[in-house]
Design a protein around this ligand. Sequence first.
Ligand SMILES: [Zn+2]
Ligand SMILES: [Zn+2]
Length: 337
Amino acid sequence: MDDLQFGKRNKRGDWAPNARLEIAPVFTLPPKPAAFLKWLPHYFLPWNLLFALSAVLYWRFVIPDEAVLQTLEWGWVLRLLAVNAVAVFLFYGAFELRLYILRAQGNRFKYNGKFPAEHKSPAFLFGRQNLDNILRTFGTGLPIWTAIEVLFLYASAHGYGPWLALADHPFYLLAVALLVPILHEAHFFMIHRLIHWGPLYKWIHSVHHNSVNPSPWSSLSMHPVEQFLYFSVALYHFIIPSHPLIALYQLNYAGFGAVVGHIGFDKIEMGEEAGLDSHAYTHYLHHKYFEVNYGDGLVPLDQWLGTWHDGTAEGEARMQARYEKRRARANAAAAAK
Ligand SMILES: [Zn+2]
Ligand SMILES: [Zn+2]
């Protein structure tokens, strides 16, 4: 595919899409019903449906019977950890293999012209981004993910929490399942904004931001505290009446969904003519500029708080004006001392 039909490349070789990043027309006022209906299929396809399907497959083939879940035993806990680890290895690895190792589409649609493997950096463990990212993903990310999974499976098997039966409340539970991506986005925005606060950023979130040029393995490469905050989104299902299958969907949405923002390519080419939109540019801009796009634009929190960067020149100017204003305030405060 000719990526210059969809965007432009600068002197450094970085490619950027022409199209403006759009906020999902869900919470817009006044409501835009036509835009909403046009957007609606994108709410499900391809990613959300895939993550929901992963939860159903887990429920059917991986999660043990309730009688087994009632007793904490290493056997089923370690099996869950192994399944999660293999699933992440295969899912993330598929993007890594095709786009970063085989480089099947070169740097077509690639936001950052460079590949992370091309340079060493002391910011990473052993100086290698990939090795650092993989160690953090499997060393702490997967165990934390699995621990939270075990927690709600064990609790639901004992009836601790407001769990409902699917047969008794099918429509209510369907509604909760439909809200999973929105809950994820709202939760992620809040914890993400929190750990951008100076001291917490330095201690916790800077680990994730070491990957200025993110690749699939950067997705879960976080400080363990951030990994815990990130996956704790599933714990909302202890508060809202829910079903463990939906909590599992919430968790898989976080775990598998993390890769979506870190693919580093705008389209994954599917043959000569077609490409799958990654929707990774929003979060790529966050990695590039740090203080924009704390969320992904599903819930317009960035827009409300003035931190939305839509990828255009105007978006860039708004960001610069905000930085300028802050610098002036800091200078004024320093001068007053
Ligand atoms: Zn990120
Ligand atoms: Zn951040």
